[in-house]
Design a binder for this molecule. Structure first.
Ligand SMILES: [Zn+2]
Length: 302
């Protein structure tokens, strides 16, 4: 694992594996990254945000109000998920920015946080970062002229309630996929880009293998071309189950952008170490730059 700090020290590869040097981000995207980081902090301040909790309801109200303030067309899809712990009220939130074509690009992420008894989990990166990025993206898209529609999807219930087996996961995205399948939306979706755990100061994305190859490679090519070679260095095969799978099953091109090395050995994942101090504005800035450029590239495709 490469990082700048290790080069300066010039020894101890073990130090390289645990260092967290933020990526260098281009110009105005650092400001945008700071905006996304601030949104994430605002959500994390609410505390643990599992579906059905009071903090999650406050988060839903905050997200909906913030999206409405951008002028987006905001849709709330409330439903009851049948979980191993019984029925749980959930809600997906979709912010729609309209373009000139008939096609839709969806940028999605989950905004619920993991719930386990005895664990105080605020999910700064896992649940927080995806929602914070989407809220900042909404502010940017509101100022842009779009070719394709861009829909921002906040999925509820990505996390399992007991264990990530069977259907105890991705409740929101599976519900959304079913809805878009019956109402005809699915046929208009050109691509879906899912983000998850993308705020890590030491950002390196997984080259996820279930993801649609042409779309994954489009994102990787954009990332490398924009100079974020360390973030997009990995091309080793790995499989991550995430919300994108719900749409792949409908035949919608989809990619999962996830960093699954959060702390050495993924040691900050799903525990009390997933806090704001592990995140960086630069990482959010990189992701915003790459996602916005990918939207442009998708619009240019026939
Ligand atoms: Zn998680």
């Amino acid at each position: 694992m490469y990082c700048r700090k290790a080069l300066i020290i010039g020894l101890l590869m073990a130090a390289a594996a645990s260092c967290s040097e933020p990526p260098t981000v281009a110009g105005s995207f650092l400001n945008a990254g700071e905006g996304a980081l601030a949104w994430t902090a605002k959500l994390v301040e609410l505390g643990p945000r599992p579906p059905g909790s009071e903090a999650h309801r406050k988060q839903q109200a905050l997200v909906v109000a913030a999206l409405r303030a951008t002028g987006a067309d905001v849709e709330e899809l409330a439903f009851t998920a049948q979980t191993p712990l019984g029925p749980v009220a959930m809600k997906n939130v979709i912010a729609k920015f309209y373009g000139a074509s008939d096609r839709i690009v969806v940028i999605s992420g989950h905004y619920d946080t993991l719930s386990r008894s005895g664990l105080h989990f605020v999910g700064a990166n896992d649940g927080g970062s995806s929602a914070g990025l989407l809220l900042q993206l909404a502010e940017i898209l509101a100022e842009r002229k779009l070719q394709d529609d861009v829909w921002l999807a906040f999925f509820d219930g990505e996390e399992s309630f007991v264990q990530w087996t069977g259907s105890d996961h991705t409740y929101g995205s599976r519900h959304q996929a079913a809805q878009w399948s019956v109402d005809g939306t699915a046929a208009r979706i050109n691509a879906l880009i899912n983000v998850d755990m993308i705020g890590d100061a030491d950002l390196r994305l997984v080259y996820e293998q279930q993801s649609t190859p042409w779309l994954r490679d489009l994102v990787w090519d954009v990332g490398v071309r924009l100079g974020y070679t360390e973030v997009f260095a990995d091309r080793s095969p790995a499989y991550i189950a995430d919300d994108h799978v719900s749409f792949l099953q409908l035949g919608i091109p989809a990619v999962d952008l996830i960093d699954f090395e959060y702390g050495g050995g993924n040691s900050y994942w799903h525990n009390e170490h997933d806090t704001m101090d592990k995140l960086s504005a630069a990482s959010f800035g990189v992701m915003l730059h790459v996602v916005l450029e990918t939207i442009e590239q998708l619009a240019a495709r026939p």
